[in-house]
Design a protein around this ligand. Structure first.
Ligand code: ADP
Ligand code: 5GP
Length: 193
């Protein structure tokens, strides 16, 4: 299937877990930009108030592997040990058909893969935490992950931050209002025809 004959751009946002990506994305969408969230599939369990089909399509490992074998994913990664995440091709078509552009919240490797596939039709944005210590404080403060999960997430941070330079834009999320404003400016500039 060719993606070149379809209209629509891609806004790809990556960040170490806890950097504030969800908070920034919520703010961006509330401002009424012409973007719709690509809902990823994952084998991890729902947490907090997450709803199947809204934050993620929650799948068993068997279901996920079957979809990989069918070629249903445009990209997928084992983001954490035994936790798979992937973007279904049907998500892109679903969103482009509505006339919206697609917004991605995916890991750094997935972001690089999508950027390679879509080139100038995509912008990749890295949300940088002010420090690793602050990132850990936010994860503890969020209260949705136990100590083991937080340790697993923090261990991945250095690896992810080392890839930040490969992104089109880096936004440091220190002051939340400033980071929201910067993200809004970068995205609206990119989407303007
Ligand atoms: P992510 O989606 O990147 O994992 P979240 O958006 O869930 O991160 O943010 C992690 C926690 O940090 C949340 O409790 C959120 O309210 C808080 N947070 C986000 N941005 C900031 C900021 N600039 N300053 C302080 N706390 C923040
Ligand atoms: P969380 O478990 O905190 O929701 O997400 C964990 C990580 O998986 C985040 O870095 C998130 O961006 C990434 N992720 C979510 N969906 C996808 C996806 O479809 N593909 C890839 N490669 N990563 C994803």
């Amino acid at each position: 299937m060719s993606y070149n004959n379809m209209e629509g751009k891609l806004v790809i946002i990556s960040a170490p877990s806890g950097a504030g990506k969800s908070t920034l994305i919520d703010n961006l969408l509330k401002r009424g930009v012409n973007l719709e969230f690509s809902v990823s599939a994952t084998t991890r369990k729902p947490r907090g108030e997450e709803v199947n089909g809204r934050e993620y399509y929650f799948m068993t490992e068997e279901e996920f592997s079957k979809r990989v074998d069918n070629g249903d994913f445009i990209e997928w990664e084992e983001v954490y040990a035994n936790h798979m995440y992937g973007t279904l091709k049907t998500e892109l078509h679903r969103i482009w058909k509505t006339g919206n552009h697609v917004l991605f919240d995916i890991d750094v490797k997935g972001a690089m893969n999508l950027k390679n596939i879509f080139g100038a039709r995509a912008i990749s944005i890295f949300i940088m935490p002010p420090s690793i210590a602050e990132l850990e404080r936010r994860l503890i403060g969020r209260g949705t992950d136990n100590a083991d999960k937080i340790k697993m997430r923090v261990e991945k941070v250095v690896e992810e931050m080392n890839l930040a330079d490969r992104f089109d834009e880096i936004i440091v999320n220190k002051d939340l209002d400033e980071a929201c404003e910067k993200l809004y400016q970068v995205v609206t500039n990119f989407l303007s025809p």
